[in-house]
Design a protein around this ligand. Sequence first.
Ligand code: NAP
Length: 299
Amino acid sequence: MNEDHATGQLFDTACFVGIGHIGSSLARALRKHGLAGRILCLEASDGARRVAMDLGVVDGAFADPAQAVAGADLVVLAVPVGAMEAVVRAIAPHLKPGAVVTDVGSVKMAVIRDVGPLLPDGVHYIPGHPIAGTEHSGPSSGFAELFEGRWQILTPLPGTDEAMLAKLCALWRRVGSMVELMEPAHHDRVLAITSHLPHLIAYTIVGTASDLADHLQQEVIKFSASGFRDFTRIAASDPIMWRDIFLNNREAVLEVIQRFTEDLTALQRAIRWGEGEVLESKFRETRAIRRAIIDAKQA
Ligand code: NAP
């Protein structure tokens, strides 16, 4: 890391476009670590602006794009992936020359496609995605420690200003994250299998259970600790956010669903034909993956 960025404030004014779970968590973390002089937000909802101010997450909350971003040298786009284009259209004419714009969207190719062309020359766009979060939404659900020990993926575009990239890397490291640089298309393929498919499976299992007859549904809730409970937590994730993720990472998600369906069919066949050794060897492999995740402190 550039030693100049190891201590002290990194940005004069940070503006969060969207102050929900991720935006308010990063705002709190910037405050906690003294990384920005002033923290503002652009937020359409009166309620969310009030909560963000009352909790001291931001120093100023605006519904007007010009008031929110005009003085900011860091702008963080923290709205659902499908809303990125509209918010950038609104802020683009008011951005300060030399400002760094980053985003926290869970999909990278579609966001870069939607955001990149709208930004004026002289503004540095560095896309990103924190591999951190919970199933909760809104400004009151955020917390400053969310990013500690978690990966922050940045997908810088060709020609990115090295000094600005180093500054953004420093910001994420100082809120406790480990930073990885990645190609956007590679990011979308990796996340399709590690995050998007598991969410789709959780939504499916919980949906199937809720479609079953009434008496069975009650038993499902009563005995949920037997495995179902973990899926219900994932399936409680924000519906808009996840709708947008699937619509905007369509190709990569469809590819992993195809692979998953083939593997599920292979297990189905092993169960049908009583092939215990096939099941046992698959379950041994997957247990080793769990151990590797624990060893990597990502459990
Ligand atoms: P959130 O808590 O629901 O917050 C979303 C924010 O976006 C709110 O401020 C919301 O404002 C605003 N918003 C929603 N729709 C909008 C629209 N059409 N136009 C303008 N603003 C809109 O969601 P989040 O979990 O912070 O997610 C934000 C981003 O982080 C998403 O791109 C998501 O993919 C990414 N992300 C999430 C997680 C996670 O686990 N949650 C992890 C990594 C990355 P209102 O209150 O007015 O609706």
